[in-house]
Structures are given as C-alpha cells and as structure tokens.
Design a protein around this ligand. Structure first.
Ligand code: G3P
Length: 485
C-alpha cells in the first residue's frame, strides 16, 4: 500500500465548518464546507448547537474525502473558533446546554462588577486579556450557574466545560477515550489560563467559580491527541496531528514568525495578530499563546475588532442592497466627503475596550449618498485595523508587512486603502481559508513534509503581489477625524 500522502484539515468556524485535503506540496486537492447556524434567544445572546457543530464536522469531512482517498490520509489537523464555550457530559460527550458563542454579551454586567471590585489587573496580568464577555471564563461561569449551581457535576468531573477544540477532540476520539485535552492556544483564550506557566490558574478558577475537575488537560499544539474513532470515511485510528485556534492558525499560514509581520483577518470582526512580547495594559493590546511546538511556546499580541465585515452587512441591510453593491460603490468613490462611521456595535474592542461606546455616523450633508456611506464603512475597517497596527508598533518596534486573509481581502479597494492608511505593504494570503491551511502546515512539519524555512518561502509557490502604500494626502486628516469621533 502506498504511504499516506494527504492531510485532512478541518476548520470549525462560527458560520461554517470547512474541510480540505492538502498534499505534500502544500496544494489543496479537495474542499467542502457545511454551514452552521446561530441562535439569538435574547438581545446580546448568541448561542450555537453543539450537535449541529458536530454534524457539520462530519458532513464537511464526508463531502471532502472521497472513499478512495480515505486510506491515503496521514492525519487530521483541526482549527477552531475561539472563546466559544460548551458544557458536556464527560462519558457520553453530549452537550448539556447550547454553546455560548464568543460573540455573546450576556455577561457584560458581571464583567463590570468584577472590574468595579478591582479584579481587572490580576486577570490581565495572569491571562494577558482584559475583563470582557468575549472571553470564555464569564460564559463558563454563567453556564455553570445556570446548569450546575452547586457545582456537583462539574466539581466531580462528571461534566466538562471547555472550548470547542476540547469537545471536538473528545467527540473525534469517541466514548472510549480516556482523557479530555485542550490545545494551549485555545486554552489561553478562556481567561482561566496563566499564560506565563500555561497552567490553569487556581485563583482565577476561584474568581470565576469554575472547578478544576471540569477542565481539560492543557497540551501543546501537536498534542498528544487521541486518534479518530468515528469520522467516516477515515479509518479508525487515523492520528490527530495538530490543533490550533483559528486566528493563530491563520498567522501560522502566513509564516507569522517572520520578524515585522502582522496579520489581519477580515471577517465579521477582525483579529490583528503578530508574535511578540507582552504589552502593558495601557496599550489595549492583548497577549495570548499563539501555539506551542515541542517545548517552545510562542506568545502573540492580538487586537480584536468587533465590527468590520459586519459593518458592511449592517449597512447593506439598512439600505436594502446587496453587500457587493456597497463594495463596488466604495471602490469607485475616492473619499467619503467628510462622512465618518465609527461602528461601535456592541462597544469597541481593541485597542479601546469600551463596552459602552455607541456607533457614530457623522459628517452627513444633504449631498451624502449611498457611495459616501459605503466608503465611510470601508474606511472604518481600514482605520480600525490601523489603530491596532499602530498600537502593536509601539510594543514591537517598526513593522514590515501586513498579511491579510479572510473574505474581504477580495476587495482590492480595501486592501489598497489598508496599505495607504497603515503605510505598510499589504500581502493577501493565497487562499481565503488560511486557518485550515495553517494547521495543516503545522501537521506537515511533524510529518517531515516541509521545513520551517520552506513554509517561509511559501512552499515554492509564487508570492502574491503586495499592495504598496501610495501617497495618501488625506492620511493625516482622515486619522484626525477618526480619532476625534
Ligand atoms: O475569536 C473568535 C474567532 O476565533 C472566530 O473566528 O472565523 O469563526 O469568525 P471565525
């Protein structure tokens, strides 16, 4: 039988699960995707159904891997959406309640309470993250208060609480698997992990009321993980080789360990990330574990922006047009004629972290038309990313290049604007789904399919051309108006 010559990468994201087969040249030879829904039972609440997520993993794999390819799969690589929390029964793997999405804001009041009680500094010092409902700890506490108020089941370890990597790994391994594990980069997003020691922090577990017995064991990004037991058409025993948080995997796909590289993922919101040392809390930049390979733990700086793509879809809904119309009009409109949009939907994330901020639309005139609004929305994306990049540069020193990924990188107008606003060359990833590719790259390193330096060289594929910063005579006035609003 020929040696296995394919890797199966699965990216479990907020809106869909994508599966891809990657060969030893790094080429994607098959892809499939299954949509995943969200529920909004109350304003600010965002839930997902664990069983639907699991069905989407199975469905995307079954659609991607033809039966004749199944025996050629050397291993599985998994990237997952971050911060989303699930509570499940350890033995059966059955979710006890819907997962609380990273977008869920129901714990905002509790975050305020803890802040007022003076806990923000210790949380930030241990975890690198500000007190905010986006991170898992407050959501885990909410789930436990609602379903295990006396902590009988979680305290005894009968129920587990964790991020989706831990639950999916448990499901992949099947009921016979002995132990529940979580990948360190995913664990660092829970706000329960001390990122200095990469161990659960007893004081934080106490603060958030999460029993240690309910938490998975933390392992590095290449495991060890149990092999798959139930993922047709793969044979049982196919190894799981690598697991990463999605944004971290995208940074890996850009070979983000190269000095001076910062990446921005353009999705519903955006994650701007670069490897680097921990920043002071004043910078508004978070610290997080990017990945751990062997004994080496890489730390990253991150800025999460709540609303980027979502701003365009909001405007498209409001004006009752297709979002592509807005992209086209924004591209054809050189400036917004003084219109500024600050899309603080659900407050502002990094580097401002202001939950009370409200959206602002200013500079309107009787001459304002849809193209100016579209342009202002597009500019709001580039300017928010620029705020993050500026905050990073204060920590890391000058940056050399911005690597973009995500659906909106298809907009050449946005990418050129981003280069102009940041003053950095912007290079777009070869494929939109970089998270799956990034975790496949990590898995392939372990198999000896390629080396770190071959990954830096893009595995021999021609490098995509960069958008170079042009002379932007409005750069400073645009930034001044933006900062004022
Ligand atoms: O932090 C949330 C992020 O991991 C979600 O990513 O790609 O599912 O929107 P995505």
């Amino acid at each position: 039988m020929p040696a296995p010559d394919l890797l199966l990468a699965v990216d479990q994201g907020t809106g869909s699960t994508k599966a891809m087969l990657v060969d030893p040249t790094g080429a994607v030879v098959a892809e499939a995707s299954v949509a995943v829904g969200q529920a909004h039972p109350r304003p600010g609440w965002v839930e997902q159904d664990g069983e639907e997520i699991w069905a989407s993993v199975r469905g995307s794999v079954a659609a991607c891997v033809a039966p004749e390819h199944a025996g050629r799969v050397a291993g599985v690589a998994l990237s997952v959406q971050r911060e989303t929390v699930l509570l499940w029964d350890r033995v059966t793997g059955t979710p006890v309640a819907p997962a609380l999405s990273w977008q869920d804001q129901r714990t905002g009041d509790r975050a305020d309470q803890l802040e007022r009680a003076g806990h923000a500094d210790v949380v930030r010092a241990r975890t690198g993250l500000p007190l905010d409902p986006m991170f898992s700890a407050l959501k885990a506490q909410w789930l436990l208060d609602a379903h295990d108020a006396d902590r009988a089941r979680t305290g005894s370890g009968q129920w587990c609480v964790g991020t989706l990597d831990a639950w999916l790994l448990a499901r992949l391994a099947g009921p016979a698997s002995a132990e529940v594990v979580t990948e360190v980069g995913c664990a660092s997003r829970t706000q329960l992990l001390d990122i200095g020691t990469t161990a659960w922090d007893p004081q934080l577990l106490d603060l958030f009321g999460v029993p240690a017995a309910a938490l998975p064991r933390v392992v590095g990004s290449t495991g060890p993980f149990a092999p798959v037991a139930d993922l047709a058409p793969l044979p049982d025993g196919t190894p799981v080789l690598a697991v990463m948080a999605d944004s971290h995997a995208a940074l890996f796909a850009h070979a983000g360990w190269r000095p001076g590289l910062v990446k921005a993922t353009y999705g519903t919101g955006s994650s701007v990330m670069a490897l680097g040392p921990r920043a002071s809390s004043a910078s508004g930049v978070c610290a997080t574990v990017a990945w751990r390979c062997g004994d080496e733990t890489a730390l990253a700086l991150e800025a999460n922006i709540r609303s980027t793509g979502r701003t365009l879809t909001w405007l498209a809904d409001l004006l009752d047009v297709d979002v592509d119309v807005l992209f086209t009009e924004a591209a054809a409109t050189p400036d917004s004629d003084g219109v500024t949009l600050v899309p603080a939907f659900g407050g502002l994330g990094a580097p401002w972290w202001d939950r009370d901020a409200v959206p602002v639309l200013s500079g309107l005139s009787l001459g304002t038309r849809r193209p100016q609004l579209a342009r202002a929305a597009l500019e709001s994306i580039a300017l928010q990313v620029d705020d993050a990049v500026t905050a990073f540069a204060e920590v890391t020193g000058p940056l050399a290049e911005l690597a973009g990924d995500g659906g909106m990188t298809r907009s050449t107008a946005l990418m050129q604007l981003q280069a102009d606003v940041t003053g950095l060359p912007v290079r777009v990833g070869r494929t939109a789904n970089l998270s799956a590719l990034g975790v496949a790259h990590l898995a392939g390193l372990g198999l000896g399919w390629w080396t770190w330096s071959e990954l830096e060289d893009g595995l021999g594929a021609p490098e995509p051309a960069a958008y170079l910063p042009g002379a932007d005579d409005q750069r400073s006035s645009r930034r001044t108006t933006w900062a004022r609003e």
